[in-house]
Design a binder for this molecule. Structure first.
Ligand code: ATP
Ligand code: MN
Length: 333
């Protein structure tokens, strides 16, 4: 197997099969994958830092078989950092790779780890999510523009409560809406909170939104997947490539772009490939930068969470009307 020695800072890596085509339709090779990740590393690495990662590996390209790899491969170089996380599995632990530097990033990409899936928490406290994620999945014939509509309504709700949210394309079919926290909170709280929001949106617009995962309920609607807010679940990282037909990326979007996509239904305008994402980042910087360490600890959040939990549990208190009134103030006006 052809291999190249690659010197990167203080480390030497052996890279193999750089010419192997991993995306046949695009002629995108393993060398191109590594080149993309090296080009985006500066903005990507802060999002991966100290986060247990699951590698989704495609040794024979996007059309071949793939596997999720939670355990950091045992043949790793000695300098690759790992974090042991207790697990329910057979030996009771998983040593996850931590991708904190460009050398580790290059090493995992040499293993054809096209997609990077991270926990919503960091290694030092895997029980504390650093963000809330709403995974917006359009069920055909609903399209990503419908997910844009929901994302905008959610942004408006959160913004009235003084909370800033960020949108990215999943790189696949839908959108991800992220609410940074970076404060002391538990998955129980964030999951309840996300569920309450999803339920609220479903109740407000049942023809277009659904909060249950069942596929048959999704036709023509946007499924707000709140259940991703779980200690054991991963979400594809911002700037990760997706193993689809073309080297599409889970790319951060401006709200203006999301609004335009909703208005025009031109979905290509928010679905970016590797080279476009590198160019955008050079121009726009990292649109997701505040997600890394912006701290959200506001009275509004605490109030929303407690009232949200009430709504999720279906408690018929004054809470729900308060919640609805605030959530959809602009419509009522
Ligand atoms: P799309 O927009 O096409 O839905 P997505 O990345 O949001 O893309 P989902 O199927 O909605 O894909 O799943 C959300 C997240 O859950 C993924 O990004 C991934 O990290 C995780 N996930 C989904 N399926 C699995 C699986 N079988 N094993 C491990 N993680 C998974
Ligand atoms: Mn999704």
């Amino acid at each position: 197997m052809p291999s190249t020695t690659f010197r990167l800072g203080s480390r030497t890596l052996n890279l193999s099969n750089m010419d192997k085509v991993l995306y046949p339709d695009a002629g995108f090779t393993k060398g191109d994958v590594i080149h993309y990740y090296l080009s985006i590393a500066e903005v990507l690495l802060p999002h991966l830092k100290d986060r247990p990662i699951t590698l989704k590996r495609y040794p024979n390209g996007v059309d071949g078989m793939f596997f999720y790899e939670k355990r950091c491969p045992s043949h790793r170089p000695s300098w690759v950092k790992t974090k042991m996380v207790p697990s329910r599995g057979k030996d009771g632990r998983i040593d996850y790779c931590l991708v904190n530097d460009v050398q580790t990033l290059t090493w995992i990409e040499n293993l054809a780890s096209i997609e990077l899936h991270t926990l919503l928490s960091k290694a030092k406290n895997v029980q504390q999510p650093t963000m809330v994620v709403f995974d917006l999945d359009p069920g055909p014939p609903a399209g990503v523009w419908d997910a844009c509509r929901v994302a905008i309504e959610m942004r408006d709700l959160f913004s009235r409560l003084g909370l800033q949210t960020f949108a990215k394309h999943s790189g696949g079919k839908g959108l991800h809406l992220v609410l940074p926290l970076n404060t002391k909170v538990t998955f129980d709280e964030t999951k309840d909170f996300a569920k309450a929001i999803a339920l609220l949106f479903e109740k407000n617009d049942p023809a277009r939104v659904v909060h249950l995962m069942r596929k048959d309920l999704r036709n023509g609607k946007v499924f707000i997947d709140w259940s991703q807010n779980d200690e054991h679940k991963t979400t594809v990282s911002v700037y990760s490539l997706r193993a689809r037909q073309r080297p599409w990326v889970s790319a951060p979007l401006t709200w203006k772009e999301v609004e335009t996509a909703l208005r025009t239904e031109k979905v290509d305008a928010i679905h970016f490939e590797a080279d476009e994402v590198v160019a955008r980042t050079q121009k726009m910087g990292d649109l997701f930068e505040p997600v890394v360490d912006d701290e959200t600890e506001t009275p509004a959040r605490a109030e929303l969470i407690s009232r949200g939990i009430g709504a999720a549990e279906g408690r018929e208190t004054g809470d729900r009307s308060w919640f609805r009134e605030h959530a959809f103030a602009s419509r009522a006006a």
